[in-house]
Design a protein around this ligand. Structure first.
Ligand SMILES: Nc1ncnc2c1ncn2[C@@H]1O[C@H](COP(=O)(O)OP(=O)(O)OP(=O)(O)O)[C@@H](O)[C@H]1O
Ligand SMILES: [Mg+2]
Length: 254
């Protein structure tokens, strides 16, 4: 078992001639929470998408739980893995987006059991039992038979979290999970995320919620211009930033 759940070494990503990630070094130990902050366009979502194989890195190496993402290495040469192998790696990584992306024509319960049943082959009865437990944990057991349109944004996002956790991921990625929500609904989603962290889930969270970062993150990572400018404990990065760009970003938030 490797100690690092995410190990990014000089990860680069270009879209044509546009260099979006210019050498990301970022490590997230197993069981820890890292919050990724930074200005719009700095490459936060792109990095998350690389971790989850939705984008292919153009240089550098990205390991999740010791597995090289997207490639296989033999005698120092990298070979692209097949889409089927990529899907298998992806199945172990949960991702929650700003937009909840629930299936609109399926009930809450059907949304949560979809991937366990169709991707993992979990028997329907087993998947349903587990889904109801997870919905109970996020406070939505009573909405199991509702459709997404009948839920508030905060409720939909809690279902999206339960749906991701239903696959028993070893890592959860969150991309601004609360920024599409009305302010009064943010707290209920952050509470569910905090409980997940308390249960030992390894999490990489892009967020503007500095209170959450301060209280829940083991590490805060500040990105700008496609690279990590500064990383450290919340106290180090948020209260005593060493870099001018970090200070400028933090002061722009208030
Ligand atoms: N598929 C793509 N093709 C071309 N350019 C892209 C693509 N995806 C992202 N980019 C560019 O990469 C840069 C980084 O985008 P990214 O979405 O990663 O930023 P971000 O830090 O998540 O920003 P925000 O805070 O606004 O979400 C931007 O300049 C964006 O236009
Ligand atoms: Mg983004």
């Amino acid at each position: 078992m490797t100690e690092l759940m995410i190990d990014a070494q000089q990860v680069c990503k270009s879209f044509g001639s546009l260099e979006v990630l210019t050498g990301i070094d970022l490590q997230v130990p197993r069981g820890e929470v890292a919050c990724l902050i930074g200005p719009s366009g700095s490459g936060k979502s792109t990095f998350l998408r690389c971790v989850n194989h939705l984008e292919k890195v153009t240089a550098g190496r990205l390991y999740v739980d010791g597995d090289l993402i997207g490639y296989r290495e033999r005698d120092g040469v990298l070979y692209e893995i097949s889409e089927k192998e990529a899907a298998r790696q992806r199945a172990d990584i949960g991702m929650v987006f700003q937009q909840f992306n629930l299936f609109p024509h399926r009930t809450v319960l059907e949304n949560v059991i979809e991937a366990p049943v169709h991707v993992k082959g979990t028997p329907v009865a087993t998947a349903k039992k587990r889904a109801l437990e997870l919905l109970d944990q996020v406070g939505l057991a009573h909405k199991a038979n509702a459709y997404p349109v009948q839920l508030s944004g905060g409720q939909q996002q809690r279902v999206a979290i339960a749906r991701a956790v239903a696959m028993d991921p070893k890592l959860m990625l969150f991309d601004e999970p609360t920024s599409a929500l009305d302010p009064e609904l943010v707290g209920e989603v952050l509470r569910v995320m905090r409980e997940l962290a308390d249960d030992g889930m390894t999490m990489l969270v892009v967020t503007h919620e500095m209170g959450f970062a301060r209280e829940v993150a083991d590490t805060v990572v500040f990105m700008d211009g496609g690279r990590v400018v500064e990383a450290g404990t919340p106290a180090q990065v948020l209260d005593n930033p060493q870099e001018g760009r970090t200070r400028a970003f933090l002061s722009s938030l208030f």
